[in-house]
Design a protein around this ligand. Structure first.
Ligand code: NDP
Length: 282
């Protein structure tokens, strides 16, 4: 019987890398779907990124994720960008297409996929809290998924206005920036509010975005990008008001599903991947 000991290679380049659980989630999916593929979690320093990408090319890697601090710098080592990665200005997933390495961004796509289990973004008025890397990806993908309006609420006006200034001319959505005043009041008619800041991330688990919770209507869908803990204080408070919610673990799992689809062509089982993270205590 002919045997093939050559496993297709994927992985991640980041620094630090040790606490990134993606390898457990992706390899659980590979095993579950009977794929003899590997996902190598690699610690790559900023000045070694070019060598790492050349190494991946030389070894015929099918693709790789990029995390902090490489999401912008990696663009200079690639052959092209997908639509949303170009608008966002950052890449977290690289895909080999023929001889070309193409940069994609799955953070926002994963968020939208997880949200769609609860509500369709098309035609919705969205309030986006935050304007960092995650917020840029989520805001652009919500706009490309058909949201009619994305209101960026951010503490730093420069970053907030920059994100609104990307969404408005480069997507069909109306993008606007609003300064984050204390006890920010959600505008009436807000369909979806998203926490894309780092507020509520472990260990600061009781922290909440500073919004007037009395302005949150039960019809509004509330989403949080924080994966750890998935049930944030913000989501608990929203559920207490009768809102439907989407958590950051759903975003994490779904961005993995999008990456696996780019690399292998298969639709990975979300429950298997979520369980792999739960088994780690996430
Ligand atoms: P950045 O550092 O790029 O951005 C952080 C954002 O949070 C900024 O908008 C910042 O505002 C805001 N912020 C932080 N603290 C406060 C505060 N006290 N009050 C108001 N605003 C605040 O981080 P990322 O965008 O990369 O990541 C943000 C979060 O998203 C992280 O917690 C990360 O875990 C999560 N994430 C989740 C993913 C998932 O798959 N679930 C994927 C990627 C990220 P300002 O601009 O004013 O400083």
């Amino acid at each position: 019987m002919a045997r093939n000991f050559l496993s297709p290679l994927t992985g991640s380049f980041a620094m630090p890398a040790a606490e990134n659980p993606t390898v457990a989630m992706v390899e659980a999916a590979y095993r579950h779907h009977g794929l003899d593929w590997r996902y190598l979690n690699c610690e790559v320093a900023p000045d070694a990124l070019g060598d790492a990408v050349r190494g991946a090319r030389a070894m015929g890697w099918v693709g790789f994720n990029c995390s902090i601090p490489h999401k912008v710098a990696v663009i200079g080592h690639l052959d092209g960008l997908g639509e949303s990665a170009r608008i966002i200005g950052a890449v977290n997933t690289v895909v080999r297409r023929g001889e070309r390495l193409i940069g994609e961004n799955t953070d926002g796509k994963g968020f939208v996929a997880a949200l769609k289990a609860i509500t369709d973004p098309a035609g919705k008025r969205v309030v986006l809290l935050g304007a960092g890397g995650a917020a840029r990806a989520v805001g652009v993908e919500m706009a490309l998924a058909g949201a009619s309006q994305v209101t960026v609420v951010n503490r730093d006006p420069g970053r907030g206005a920059e994100l609104a200034g990307i969404i408005d001319p480069q997507t069909p959505a109306d993008g606007r920036y609003v300064p984050w005043e204390p006890r920010y009041k959600l505008p009436p008619g807000t369909d979806i509010v998203i926490n894309a800041t780092s507020i509520g991330l472990f260990p600061d688990v009781e922290a909440m975005p500073d919004i007037d919770m009395d302005s949150l209507q039960p019809e509004t869908v509330v989403a949080d990008g924080i994966p750890n803990p998935p049930l944030t204080a913000f989501l608990r408070a929203a559920e207490a008001r009768g809102c439907r919610t989407a958590d950051g673990l759903g975003m994490l799992v779904n961005q993995g599903i999008v990456a696996i689809r780019y690399w292998t062509g298969i639709d990975a089982d979300a429950a298997v991947m979520r369980k792999a993270l739960a088994d780690l205590g996430l």
